[in-house]
Design a protein around this ligand. Sequence first.
Ligand code: KQY
Length: 365
Amino acid sequence: MSLRSGTPRADGFSMPAEWAPQTQIWMLWPERPDSWRAGALPARAAFLEVVRAIARFEPVTVGASQKQFQNASAQLAEDSNVRVIEMSNDDIWMRDCGPTFVIEGKGGLAAVDWEFNAWGGHLGGAYPTWDLDNQVAQKVAQLERVPRYATPGFVLEGGSIHVDGEGTLVTTTECLLHPNRNPQLGQSEIERYLRDYLAVDTIIWLPEGLYNDETDGHVDNFCCFVRPGEVLLCWTDDESDPNYSRCRSALAVLERSRDARGRELVVHKMPIPSPIYAILESEGGAIGQVPDESGQPERLAASYVNFLIVNGGIIVPGFDDPMDSVALELLQTLFPEREVVMVPGREILLGGGNIHCITQQQPRP
Ligand code: KQY
């Protein structure tokens, strides 16, 4: 399919909100041994729960490496709403390496293929090479026979942006202005890419994302739109939590922002779970905390905001925490017309993200 030379905006395309009708969800099968413990078996079990939860609502396509294609196919064979395809990859983060789909009024669908550098390239990126992940968006676009807009040299991950589908985008300075993404560009030049490729008019810059997020503060782990004019923001009242000031700085920005239609934003607060640390669960059952460089156990960036909206449903990670039920109830209130399904989120969190990070929705134009 064609590589388009202009920009989506010039051709009448824009990025719809996640709650717009979808055709399917794209995912990638866990394999990488330095991301996933114990031969990736616990991660695959968690991943399968996510796939099956989504497949209750709409079709899922799972890309697996040539080595894992038969295994993934066998494990998903029972589910007629899931197809497995062979797709080389470096890891499972389809939100970030996959395409951002854009639609246009006459039924058109296209894919934006951002440059992907594994959250920082050689300046703190997660893996030494990322060329397979960087081809994922192109492959998805070709499989779906949709035109593709590429941004060679401009790095962006899908998890670093959220849109309301009515011209507003929310992101974080911590991520988009990080020198390991597009050091040659200033804020206004980065905004130009967002305006041209996603057709947004108003960009809300939160200072930071959640503490210790491996992505340098992806907004999809911290704050999202729940409908036009309303956002959901991670929240803690614990002054000793490093997220305390991050949540307040974000709230201050949101409270003085107007969206693209001139509306003030209603901010809903989503509690974060109690601190969760990386624990090494060995086969024999021994448990030990993984210390960081300073000898402290590593705090994981656990968040209920990392949920996925699907047709008729919300798929949200749970952490076996007292806040799980609070999060479920709040999401059910915010999305009364959708069924909220909580699936265990710890194993995917150990790899550095959660349900929103491992999925990419394809809107129905
Ligand atoms: O989008 C994400 N949260 C993925 C981060 C993965 C970092 C690699 N371990």
